[in-house]
Design a protein. Structure first.
Length: 417
């Protein structure tokens, strides 16, 4: 083992892995743009006060921020999600058109306890709609998630709830208003600590646990009977009806869904692979932009954990090499001809790799086979003089001869056109 390894909680993506990750990211990008979302980029480094602001991520997230001081003694941190930087951007750019629909794919950081398949640096694919209060915006964000999961071939579930509905029910069932935040923190850990664990936490916090019976039953009709036709319940019902009308059978009501971040103010949702992990989550955060100095603006968004998608697809995805043709020059004179040939082939759209190490044919063929490159051209003195050469298909061993200007024919042979 070498002296220097990746920092704890980080990982490298070697070329074969990175091609698979890029394949997933490209699919995500195409889905986002199909719905009219525009790309955005923001710094990885933000003011610590911005990241730790009360009402943004909450105390738990504050503890997970990568914090440091720069040489100017400024307190800074690495972004832990894409939503807080977005709120800053929108607050400081009030002339942005509404609705403002943006996406971003990039790295985020959380100083969390590293676990299997859980890292401190990971990639998020985030999309949001700013300026729309209607449940139609909530539905579109969920629709994007469904489109993406289907395009990647997953069987999955979209859990949907509304934090206001959960809050209204909790108060009806005896939870005090000042206990709501702590109650939500415990409910949000249901998958991790089980029903008994949640009950124990309620007891230790002095919270009436009657509401838990309702949560565990998870009946929309019973919730409706308890709290009546509130505005938040109507919005949730409309959202579920839109999903049903569009044959989105993956969408399910889940009363226990609270989402951990404090900035959520209404509808929340979570996407999980069936018999697998959660891979995305989001919701409505209508007060976050106002928190950073802008005017309060309705907002809803969602974020995919790209690394989690990668971890669940890595074994299934088979990526070919980036190189179509490998050219082997057998002499200095052949090298000059080979550079000219490789340039012409690249101009037609063929990916070409040239032997840069001056290895013999046997060594080069071993390299070609290891990388899975499909075609090889060997250039010797005869090929230079005649300006004719053979393109060898490695799988079948068949060869076809071409002249240097037969570019369209070579393209057809290599690309199967």
């Amino acid at each position: 083992m070498t002296k220097y390894q990746t920092v704890r909680g980080m990982r490298d993506f070697l070329p074969e892995q990175m091609k698979k990750k890029q394949f997933i990211e490209d699919k995500i990008r195409r889905v986002f743009e199909k719905y009219g979302y525009e790309p955005l980029q923001s710094p990885v480094v933000e003011d610590f006060d911005l990241l730790a602001a009360k009402g943004s991520g909450g105390e738990a997230i504050k503890e997970e921020i990568y914090y440091f001081k720069d040489k100017g003694d400024r307190e800074l941190g690495l972004r832990y999600d894409m939503t807080v930087p977005l709120a800053r951007i929108v607050a400081s750019n009030p002339s942005l058109p509404r609705p403002f629909k943006r996406y971003v794919i990039g790295q985020v950081y959380r100083y969390d306890r590293p676990q299997a398949k859980r890292y401190r640096e990971f990639t998020q694919a985030d999309w949001d709609i700013i300026g729309v209060k209607s449940v139609l915006a909530d539905f579109e964000v969920i629709q994007v998630a469904i489109d993406l999961m289907r395009s990647l071939g997953f069987e999955f579930t979209v859990k949907v709830n509304n934090r206001i509905v959960l809050e209204e029910l909790a108060i009806k069932m005896g939870v005090k208003e000042e206990q709501i935040k702590e109650a939500f923190k415990s409910i949000d850990k249901l998958d991790k600590i089980s029903e008994k664990g949640v009950r124990d936490e309620f007891k230790s916090k002095g919270i009436d646990d009657s509401v838990l019976e309702q949560i565990f039953v998870n009946s929309f009709d019973e919730v409706k009977a308890r709290i009546g036709e509130t505005e938040s319940l109507k919005e949730l019902e409309q959202l579920l009806e839109l999903a049903k009308d569009n044959d989105y059978n993956e969408v399910k009501f889940e009363l226990s869904l609270a989402r951990g971040l404090e900035y959520y103010t209404g509808v929340v949702f979570e996407i999980s692979i069936n018999d697998g992990p959660s891979v995305a989550g989001g919701g409505r955060y209508d007060k976050l932009i106002g928190l950073y100095g802008g005017q309060d603006s309705p907002a809803v968004g969602c974020s995919f954990g790209v690394d989690r998608l990668f971890d669940n697809l890595e074994k299934e995805l088979v990526m070919g090499p980036n190189t179509d043709v490998f050219i082997i020059p057998m002499s200095d004179n052949a090298f000059s001809f080979s550079t000219k040939l490789s340039r012409k082939l690249r101009e037609t759209g063929i990916s070409v790799e040239l032997d840069l190490m001056g290895r013999n044919v046997k060594k080069n063929f071993e390299y070609v086979n290891k990388k899975g490159i499909s075609f090889v051209i060997v250039i010797g003195e005869n090929e230079v003089k005649s300006e004719r050469f053979k393109v060898k298909e490695m799988a079948s061993g068949s060869e076809k001869e071409f002249q240097i200007n037969d570019l369209s024919k070579i393209l057809g042979f290599i690309k199967g056109q």
